[in-house]
Design a protein around this ligand. Structure first.
Ligand SMILES: NC(=O)c1ccc[n+]([C@@H]2O[C@H](COP(=O)([O-])OP(=O)(O)OC[C@H]3O[C@@H](n4cnc5c(N)ncnc54)[C@H](OP(=O)(O)O)[C@@H]3O)[C@@H](O)[C@H]2O)c1
Length: 437
């Protein structure tokens, strides 16, 4: 058969990995795709940079137009980051009748409606297995393999950088700053790791999974999002004492026909599978009404795991399989479930207060929580760790850790407002979610 002519826009970390697989495994891929896959053009900014892969003369170009305007190119692999330029390229490719494979979750999270509508209008497909959880084929699972199920929940560790930092802090009793620096030296964290550690990256991926699973178009502002950047080692230690580990958990779950969504540092029972996903790995736990609970785990980023997902999408495109997943977004978007308002989310919570160790303080805190219908499951208070940690009245300041029963976030925020007025309370007041089982 005639080759599938592809154009790659962006030959950085992922794009070079894609070119390596396509070049090194060309015979195997030809058998699996039913025809040769041929890189016709690959766009970069800097022609002189070593890409770690040799392409025939004339393939590398600095011109995006050479890809978008080439009628021989049927499929564009769009692998530049950012949003505006990437959106422009995506829309131009689709309007030119080209299918697109991308790993750009930020772009899809922000502009999915426009992109999928444009794809539909032009009878094209967009495939994005690499945009969520890197090497774990979770888009395939949610979109196809579990299509027989009503999904009831998604719980996932979707950011490898955060998971690496939390794992090392927990295992080595080290501070956040110390491990972040180490993660940057080892290449697990970018020089600017903001979106990894503030929960944005995980939230973008959760938006894509949620849209695929329930047809709900959600924006990042629709649900609570907190990263690991404000976590203190003390909370990981208290979690351990209580029999939990802390993970940056991305959750979407159906509750009474509505979707509860959040990305939060969450205490998970130490013996649960998700609590034991360590290092830069990602993991996803799906609960389906027919299948029950299933787990998926693997490398969530990196050159070759991400390229592996991109090339699988290219093969699917060559075989026409992507058309199976794609129409669901269109059908389901009309029946998408509503997202529960932030304050109505319910969970158990871990609370840490810094309090003056003097009479009646705990009674005041318990009283305020009680007034807001928040009931307590357990309490830890240790002796003052440092003799010089004194409050204004000469009392030592000690941590007080409280685990609540299930309650609404809104009630907790209202209680927190009242607690902030107590003289005996110092900053910070820490609030983390606690997973159900
Ligand atoms: N890295 C991962 O592990 C990973 C995992 C999952 C998803 N992703 C997503 O995959 C996408 C690519 O990530 P990456 O890590 O491969 O990024 P990257 O290493 O920064 O590569 C970006 C590439 O785009 C090219 N480029 C940027 N602007 C251009 C322009 N105006 N014209 C022509 N070429 C341009 C760059 O050219 P030069 O090389 O000449 O500068 C570079 O080759 C992003 O959306 C990212 O979020 C990455």
């Amino acid at each position: 058969m005639s080759p599938l002519e592809i154009g790659i826009i962006g030959m950085g970390n992922v794009g070079s990995g894609v070119a390596k697989i396509l070049t090194n495994q060309s015979e195997m891929l030809e058998r699996r795709a039913g025809r040769p896959i041929h890189i016709r053009k690959a766009t970069v900014r800097d022609l002189g940079r070593d890409r770690g892969v040799t392409l025939p003369d004339g393939v590398l170009t600095v011109s995006i137009d050479e890809v978008v305007n080439d009628p021989e190119i049927a499929l564009v692999v769009q692998l530049i980051g950012g949003i505006e330029l990437a959106r422009d390229i995506m829309l131009r490719c689709l309007k030119a009748g080209k299918n697109v494979v991308t790993a750009n979750k930020a772009l899809l999270c922000e502009h999915s409606e426009e992109i999928f509508a444009t794809a539909k209008a032009n009878n094209c497909c967009v495939a994005y297995e690499a945009a969520v959880a890197g090497g774990i084929p979770i888009i395939d699972v949610v979109g196809e393999s579990l299509a027989s199920n009503q999904l009831l929940s998604i719980e996932a560790i979707l950011n490898g950088t955060s998971n690496f930092i939390l794992t090392e802090m927990f295992n080595r009793d080290a501070s956040y700053d110390e491990i972040l620096q180490e993660a940057q030296q080892l290449g697990y964290a970018e020089a600017d790791p903001t979106f990894d550690i503030d929960g944005t990256d995980a939230a973008q991926k959760l938006v894509l999974l949620t849209q695929l699973a329930w047809g709900t178009t959600v924006s990042l502002d629709d649900f609570p999002r907190q990263g690991i950047d404000t976590l203190e080692l003390a909370d990981l230690k208290y979690a351990r004492e209580l029999g939990y580990k802390v993970k940056l958990l991305a959750t979407s779950r159906m509750v009474d026909g509505q979707l509860e969504m959040h990305v939060q540092p969450t205490l998970i029972k130490a013996d649960r599978p998700l609590a034991n996903i360590d290092g830069a790995f990602n993991a996803v736990s799906l609960l389906g009404d027919a299948v029950g609970r299933t787990w998926y785990c693997g490398p969530g980023a990196g050159q070759m795991p991400t390229a592996s997902a991109v090339v699988s999408d290219i093969i699917d495109m060559a075989l026409g399989r992507t058309q199976i997943t794609f129409p669901k977004l269109e059908i389901w978007s009309e029946s998408g479930a509503d997202v529960v308002p932030k304050n109505e989310i319910t969970s158990r919570f871990y609370l840490r207060f810094q309090v003056e160790d003097r009479p009646h303080v705990f009674a005041d805190i318990a009283d305020i929580l009680g007034q807001h219908e928040i009931s307590l499951a357990s309490i830890i208070q240790h002796e003052a760790p440092e003799l010089d940690a004194t409050g204004e009245g000469g009392y030592p300041v000690v941590p007080l850790v409280v685990m609540t029963h299930r309650t609404q976030l809104g009630k907790l925020l209202a209680a927190d407002e009242a607690l902030s007025k107590l003289d005996a309370l110092r900053e910070p007041r820490v609030r983390l979610l606690v997973a159900d089982q």
